[in-house]
Design a protein around this ligand. Structure first.
Ligand code: SF4
Ligand code: SF4
Length: 181
């Protein structure tokens, strides 16, 4: 799915999707969590003009919706995934735990999404080369949100992430192949 991008926003130094998203294409295969060999960390794609179509069309929702700069994935540690949004689901892929997860910006935005009737899911990556895990947490977070209980919300998010981190990780079976030419 390709969503219209905000005109005045670019990825800057963020390269999180070039690390965490798996690719299994004829010309480029990289396991989940492996920084693409064509990516210059903190700078971006070194084969930008000839990058695969998937790379041209996959964008996190920070590039699509008006979220504050704090939400940029390399700053927040949170990639808001685009898949599922057409079904009213928002998946917060927490690639790194940061102070942002305890911030008011995170709490108020999650509360807004819940008030709009969205389903919220949390997801975390496993070791390189394994599938991430994900759990819908809408009903788990709702009581804290409806009570305006910010500390309680933080505690529930942390408990969810702890539980997800105990997942039995499964290999994605992708063997790295870099043949973009
Ligand atoms: S080819 Fe470029 S855009 Fe695609 S994953 Fe690699 S560095 Fe990122
Ligand atoms: S995760 Fe989002 S902001 Fe970061 S590089 Fe990918 S599309 Fe750009």
């Amino acid at each position: 799915m390709s969503l219209p991008l905000l005109p005045d926003r670019d990825c800057g130094g963020c390269v999180e999707c070039c690390r965490v998203i798996p690719l299994d294409l004829p010309e480029l295969a990289k396991p989940t969590g492996q920084l693409c060999a064509y990516c210059v960390d903190g700078a971006g794609c070194s084969v930008h003009a000839i990058r695969p179509q998937t790379c041209r069309t996959w964008f996190c929702l920070w590039r699509v919706v008006e979220l504050s700069d704090d939400w940029r994935p390399d700053r927040s540690g949170v990639i808001v995934r685009p898949d599922g949004i057409d079904r009213g689901e928002i998946t917060l892929f927490v690639v790194r735990r940061t102070d942002f997860l305890a911030s008011e910006a995170f709490f108020t935005t999650a509360a807004l999404w819940l008030a709009e009737g969205m389903e919220l899911a949390l997801s975390v990556p496993g070791p390189v080369g394994t599938y991430p895990c994900r759990a819908v947490v809408t009903d788990w977070l709702r009581p804290a949100v409806e009570d305006g209980d910010w500390p309680g919300f933080i505690a529930r998010v942390e408990a969810s992430l702890d539980r997800l981190a105990d997942h039995d990780w499964q290999p994605d079976g992708i063997v790295a192949r870099y043949e973009v030419a």
